[in-house]
Design a protein around this ligand. Sequence first.
Ligand code: MG
Length: 449
Amino acid sequence: MRLFGTNGIRGVIGEDFNPDFLVKVGMAIGTYLEEGSRVVLGSDTRVSGDMVKSAVIAGLLSTGVDVEDIGIAPTPAIQLYTKNHGDFGIAITASHNPPRFNGVKAIAQDGTELPREEEERIEDIFFHGEFRIVPWERVGRVIPGGDANAEYVDKILSLVDVEAIRNAGLKVALDCANGASCFTSPYLLEALGVKVVTLNCQPDGRFPGHESEPKPENLRDLMDFVREGDFDLGVAHDGDADRVIFVDERGNFITGDKSLALIAKHVLGEGDILVTPVSSSRAVEDIARERGAKVVYTKVGAPIVARKMIELNARFGGEENGGMIFPEMQYCRDGAMGLAKMLEIIAKSGKKISELVAELPRYYQGKISVRCDNDKKEKVLERLREVYSGENIITLDGVKILGDDWWVLIRPSGTEPIYRVYAEAKSEEKLEELLKKYGREVEEIIASL
Ligand code: MG
């Protein structure tokens, strides 16, 4: 049985996320830690934040650990504060999920998300109910939290060329999705001398502005706003602000792998390593090669990318969804650091963001889904590996088939009874052809088993 998914423990309030469950989660984490440990705990803006946090804290305290409650903060700010002040961290957040969800994300002392083996130790304690309940005189305390958000903004300011950004006189439209970045990104932009106009920058856990996933259909207001106004850049975060998505000065959505490639172009040097999941655009690899740097691919998942970066002492890393990892900041996805870096790039180049994007290699991407029962998925994967073994393939996560200027990635969904077929090519025609060909082949393989 599992408690942690790919991004912490997630659930729906009033269904699986109840106080009794959450107290036990707190007790399991507390038991896993040494008595007397200090847990840094923060949350996003969700309505249920206080309930979830109170229950988790009660469980933690009962095992004799102390909790420093830093209030509402972006996940990367909680991670940084954990690294600087705690023995362990907890982020109460469901990231980009709808408002009825919440989550508990565990953070290791070094600020990175807890590795899977450690999560399993917590799950063992949880499912066996073997909690360390301490006597009354050893029950933990809640320590008033320090200013994690200010510490976070200050650290970002120390890592970018503030002068260059100030001198560029930039104007930005910022959409915080009513989430945790309301407490950081507006202040970061102000400190950078950027003229900022805000949308959905009042914290509100009902997410009245739009759903908190920064995808085009949720960012229509921002795109219209930028298109009609005189802005250099539009910026959007997801609910817990570990990601950042950009809109160009004309109001066009910039996909996450384009911003990843753009930043890679400016931070990578000769001999550097960039780490990214197998699902990332070829544009990222083209850019890295152009800079004399090397790309190392991983399975899909930000914590996996972060751990690989530590192992290889990589210069930069990230995903196609706006999650970017800057080692000089910390080994986790960091939305506001990505924002500051993008401003620095625009400021120093003297170009429009649309021009910088136009200079990147151009690829077309698409995906389709094929139905596949969950219990068949493993078998299908084995068969796919056999069928495509004669091609140039990567089998880190699903099966990725590499062509000269295209690729196809076939992988099972972790949550739904489907296989996804992703493809990327230099032209729309080639993309359609790839999706059609491989979609049909995957269908045939599934039907044959
Ligand atoms: Mg997030």
